[in-house]
Design a protein around this ligand. Structure first.
Ligand code: ATP
Ligand code: ATP
Ligand code: MG
Ligand code: MG
Ligand code: MG
Ligand code: MG
Length: 272
């Protein structure tokens, strides 16, 4: 109550420290699922990639973009992680680091639970998922691009490995340790070759959602040079269903972030 607010106990507030995010830097908040190795097991995720889970991650991310609109200019997700890029000029929460990270990660986590049923239907959520969060500051657009390239390269490397690993386990009946042994020391071209010669899989034809991860951009004034394929159109419909109106300002793409074309299209939106 009001009397308590000015009590003799008030001095303890001075013990709170506030770290501010350096001015002018992009603030990237990355969230990552806690022990999703187990979470994906308990919830019977398809291996190596469960599309329902990726779509749910995308919806939770869209919730975050809407909640903090228009402060977040770009988001990128793969596996159990999502990165949110706040515009470098943001003054949200006076750039208080704790406020930024905790609000993003808690909104993401609650949205993940909130939309669970839309993605997983009858397969129920068995326990409340946890996500961690961190903020990283990038002073230049090049640093930001390299950050996103790093995450997308990680997606590609893991996905190639996991596709080979789970093919050996699920289609060849190898044990996990045998599959691991079979892949030890192999480079990308070895894994591509293994997938093609032993399983008839052309890795290039795997879904972009799995190979590239997902980027979300504000669609207004942006012409991302990747057409919506049928697959993405279907993806978009699910993405936007049961969302606040503001959500229609955003688009998803499963496109390359490493090369220049994407940046030529979005630079003026991102670097503000
Ligand atoms: P930590 O708490 O340290 O993050 P973790 O078990 O979550 O531990 P990560 O490195 O984050 O480890 O890896 C996430 C794991 O979740 C992946 O290795 C994979 O097993 C699983 N996973 C996440 N998303 C999917 C998905 N869409 N389909 C299948 N498996 C997934
Ligand atoms: P901020 O985002 O800055 O925290 P806030 O609206 O959450 O803004 P708080 O100072 O945290 O502001 O106050 C929480 C408010 O939530 C209270 O003022 C009250 O109006 C409402 N509230 C919280 N818990 C209850 C409750 N159990 N019953 C009724 N009202 C509640
Ligand atoms: Mg981790
Ligand atoms: Mg994790
Ligand atoms: Mg992870
Ligand atoms: Mg409050």
């Amino acid at each position: 109550n009001v009397a308590m607010a000015k009590s003799k106990f008030e001095y303890v507030r001075a013990f709170e420290s506030q770290e501010l995010c350096l001015p002018n830097c992009f603030v990237v908040v990355r969230v990552d699922g806690k022990n999703f190795h187990k979470f994906s097991d308990v919830h019977k995720y398809a291996k190596p990639n469960d599309a329902r889970a990726l779509r749910l991650m995308n919806k939770a991310a869209l919730r975050v973009l809407v909640e903090f609109s228009p402060e977040i200019v770009l988001a990128y997700g793969q596996s159990d992680e999502y990165s949110f890029v706040f515009k470098r000029s943001t003054e949200i929460y006076c750039r208080r680091r704790d406020k930024l990270v905790t609000n993003v990660v808690s909104h993401f986590a609650s949205s993940f639970g909130f939309h669970w049923k839309e993605a997983f239907g009858e397969d129920e959520l068995k326990y409340p998922p946890t996500f961690d969060g961190r903020a990283v500051l990038y002073p230049t657009l090049t640093n930001l691009r390299d950050y996103l390239s790093w995450r997308q390269a990680d997606c590609h490397i893991n996905n190639l490995y996991n596709t080979a690993f789970w093919s050996l386990v699920l289609k060849k009946g190898l044990s996990p340790s045998e599959a691991e042994e079979r892949l030890r020391g192999t480079v990308s071209s070895d894994k591509n070759e293994l997938l093609f010669s032993e399983f008839g899989i052309n890795y290039n034809n795997e879904p972009e959602l799995f190979k590239k991860g997902t980027v979300i951009v504000r669609s207004m004034n942006v012409n991302v040079p990747v057409p919506l394929t049928d697959e993405s159109a279907e993806e978009s419909a699910f993405f936007l269903s049961k969302m606040p109106k503001l959500a229609s300002n955003f688009q998803i793409r499963n496109c390359d972030l490493i090369g220049n074309p994407f940046w030529q299209a979005v630079e003026s939106l991102v670097d503000v």
